[in-house]
Design a protein around this ligand. Structure first.
Ligand SMILES: *[C@@H]1O[C@H](CO)[C@@H](O)[C@H](O)[C@H]1NC(C)=O
Ligand SMILES: *[C@@H]1O[C@H](CO)[C@@H](O)[C@H](O)[C@H]1NC(C)=O
Ligand SMILES: *[C@@H]1O[C@H](CO)[C@@H](O)[C@H](O)[C@H]1NC(C)=O
Ligand SMILES: *[C@@H]1O[C@H](CO)[C@@H](O)[C@H](O)[C@H]1NC(C)=O
Ligand SMILES: *[C@@H]1O[C@H](CO)[C@@H](O)[C@H](O)[C@H]1NC(C)=O
Length: 233
C-alpha cells in the first residue's frame, strides 16, 4: 500500500517535471510567449501575423511558423511582409530555431544579441531591412550557422572577430551597410562586404572584397579563382 502511494507520487512528480519544461510559471508555452512578444514588437500593416494568438496552445499551426516533429518552433519565414519596428530579443527563447528569414522588410533597431543563443541556427537572413547598431559578437557562438545575410541594412562598427570561429559557413553577406575597421578572417565560401565605404574606401570598385576564397587548407571544397591558371606540371 505505502509503496503504491510512493510510486504514484513519483509518477505525478515526473509528469509535472516533464510538462513544466516547456511551460512558463503561468502555464503558458514559452514559445507562445516568445512569438507573441516578437509579434507585439513588430508593426504588421497587412496582418500577416493575425493568427499568432496568445490564447492558442499550439504555435505550430500559426502562419509562417514551422515546427519540428516533436512540436518545437524550427523556422520563422517572414520575408517580403512589409514588417517594421523592431525584432524582439525574445527570439533567443525559441531555442530550436534552425532558420530565420526576415529579409525584405523594414525592420529597424538592433539585431538582438540573444540570437547567439540559438545553437541550432543554420540560416539567418535579415537582409534589406533597416537594422542599426553593430553586428552582435554573439553570432560567433552559432556553430551550425551556414548562411548569414545581413546585407542592405544600416549596420555600423567593426565586423566582429568572433565570426572567424564559425567553421561551416557557405555565405556571409555584409554588403551595403556602414561597417568600419579591419575585417576578421571569416572562412566562408563567399564573403561579401562590398558597399561599406569605411571598409572598402570611398573610391573602391564594386568588387572591393567582394569575394574571399576559402583558405587553401581545404582544397576539396575550395573554389580557388586561380584554379587552372599557371599550374606547373
Ligand atoms: C521578395 O521580393 C523580391 C523583390 O520583389 C523577390 O525577388 C523575391 O522573390 C521575393 N521573395 C519571396 C520569398 O517572396
Ligand atoms: C525567455 O525565457 C525565460 C525562461 O527561460 C523567461 O524567464 C523569459 O521571460 C523569456 N523571455 C521572453 C521575452 O520570452
Ligand atoms: C527590399 O525590400 C523592399 C521592401 O521593404 C522591396 O520592395 C524590395 O524589392 C527589396 N529589394 C530587393 C532587391 O529584394
Ligand atoms: C542592396 O543595395 C544595393 C545598392 O544600393 C542594391 O543594388 C541592391 O539591389 C540591394 N539589394 C537588396 C537585396 O536589397
Ligand atoms: C557611416 O558612418 C560614419 C561614422 O561612423 C558617418 O559619418 C557616415 O555618415 C555614415 N554613412 C552613412 C551612409 O550612413
Amino acid at each position: 500500500m505505502e509503496i503504491k502511494i510512493l510510486m504514484l507520487f513519483t509518477l505525478i512528480l515526473a509528469l509535472i517535471g516533464a510538462s513544466s519544461a516547456t511551460l512558463s510559471p503561468t502555464g503558458i508555452n514559452y514559445e507562445v510567449v516568445a512569438l507573441t512578444t516578437i509579434k507585439s514588437n513588430l508593426h504588421d500593416p497587412y496582418n500577416v501575423l493575425e493568427n499568432w494568438d496568445s490564447n492558442s496552445v499550439d504555435p505550430c499551426s500559426w502562419r509562417m511558423v514551422t515546427c519540428t516533429s516533436d512540436g518545437y518552433v524550427s523556422a520563422l519565414g517572414l520575408p517580403n511582409q512589409s514588417l517594421s519596428e523592431t525584432l524582439s530579443s525574445s527570439i533567443g527563447n525559441l531555442s530550436n530555431l534552425q532558420s530565420v528569414l526576415l529579409q525584405n522588410n523594414a525592420i529597424s533597431g538592433p539585431i538582438p544579441d540573444t540570437i547567439g543563443k540559438l545553437e541550432k541556427l543554420a540560416t539567418l537572413d535579415l537582409s534589406n531591412n533597416t537594422f542599426r547598431g553593430e553586428v552582435p559578437a554573439s553570432l560567433g557562438d552559432l556553430k551550425n550557422l551556414n548562411y548569414l545575410r545581413l546585407n542592405n541594412n544600416s549596420l555600423t562598427g567593426a565586423c566582429p572577430d568572433s565570426l572567424s570561429k564559425i567553421g561551416g559557413l557557405t555565405l556571409v553577406d555584409l554588403s551595403y551597410n556602414n561597417l568600419s575597421g579591419s575585417l576578421p578572417k571569416v572562412s566562408a565560401r563567399t564573403f561579401k562586404v562590398v558597399g561599406n565605404p569605411l571598409i572598402c574606401g570611398p573610391k573602391a570598385s564594386n568588387n572591393c572584397f567582394d569575394f574571399f576564397p576559402e583558405p587553401l587548407s581545404s582544397p576539396k571544397t575550395n573554389f580557388n579563382p586561380m584554379d587552372g591558371f599557371g599550374e606547373k606540371k
